[in-house]
Design a protein around this ligand. Structure first.
Ligand code: ZN
Length: 314
């Protein structure tokens, strides 16, 4: 059976590109690994943040668009995005969040302590310590590799039909169910980051897509050949995957699972170094070849943004 290694990336919608960069790069210390545009709507940025090289399992991406209405987190969505930090770094993160005025709470799930907080657009995030996951070698502002976020711990899915989502995770994506605690069912995949998926069995309200909500979650596969196999498997099981879409840094198919969440399967190949060297990832606006002729207009339309060290770290 084909199995996904785990999360490839998570994509969310926000209102303000500058504020988004300040939070994910400035406060959380992630690297802006790609600054490009929404291939389907070139007047909107597509920003990617991850570890130093933007490995699958570490990358969160955003479509920042000022005019977008606020969404509501609820069923049919990824409710919470979890990040994994090195063992012994939770105190560093508590004081860092305090320093930047980010309110947080903590709770225990499956024996792990989670620091929970929202990003400036209201996306629900959490940090948890684990040994697994390679050290993130990226240093920025006040975040050094010894404390840096290693990648996703996982995600909490708010499914409208948990048994259907469970079926997809187990019987299509190949995750193992490893336990239940209260209203949370936990699944595990094989990668060392992005490998822990929780399904909330009783989420309250119906989700509304918009700013401050996750748009989709992508699962890893190796290359285009494997992606074709996933696509025919999905069709055999009665799903309606899209055609294979070329996202420049990966190829992808999308489908709605039975609990209403938009799933994507994305290839690890070719990755973010396909159009700029690793040392320069994220520095320049990158456009797919078919939009290169419109660079000047696009650069004028898009808001000016930059990665900067925030006041608290200066
Ligand atoms: Zn995606």
């Amino acid at each position: 059976m084909q199995k996904t290694a785990g999360i490839h990336h998570i994509t969310a919608m926000v209102n303000d590109a500058g504020r988004n960069i300040d939070f994910y790069a400035g406060v959380l210390g992630l690297r802006l690994v790609k600054k490009t545009i929404n291939f389907d709507r070139p007047e909107v940025y597509h920003l990617y943040f991850g570890n130093e090289t933007g490995q699958p399992g570490t990358v969160i991406t955003f479509f920042p668009w000022a005019k977008q209405l606020k969404g509501r987190i609820g069923t049919g969505q990824v409710g919470v995005t979890s990040y994994v930090i090195p063992k012994g770094s939770v105190q560093f993160w508590e004081s860092r969040l305090q320093k930047f005025g980010v309110e947080f709470t903590s709770s225990i799930r499956f024996g792990e302590k989670y620091l929970k907080f929202n990003d400036p657009d209201g996306l629900q995030l959490e940090l948890t310590e684990r040994d697994e996951g390679s050290k993130n070698t990226w240093s920025f502002g006040g975040v050094q590799p010894e404390h840096a976020i290693k990648g996703f711990g996982g995600a909490v899915l708010f499914s409208a039909q948990p048994h259907k989502t469970t079926d997809v995770l187990e019987n299509i994506l190949g995750l193992d169910c490893i336990g239940q605690e209260n209203e949370i069912l936990r699944f595990k995949s094989t990668a060392n980051v992005g490998n822990t998926i929780d399904i909330h069995l009783n989420p309250s309200v119906r989700g509304l897509m918009g700013a401050g909500t996750v748009h989709h979650i992508a699962w890893r596969t190796t290359d285009k050949e494997d992606l074709l196999k996933w696509s025919s498997l999905l069709q055999d099981k009665g799903f309606y995957p899209t055609e294979i879409r070329d996202r420049n840094y990966f190829n992808a198919v999308y489908f709605h699972e039975g609990g209403g969440i938009l799933f994507e399967i994305a290839t690890d190949q070719p990755g973010f170094a396909v159009d700029e060297p690793v040392a320069e990832l994220g520095n320049k606006l990158m456009l797919p070849s078919w939009l290169e002729s419109q660079r000047e207009e696009l650069e004028e339309t898009l808001p000016q943004v930059e990665v900067r060290v925030l006041e608290g770290d200066r």
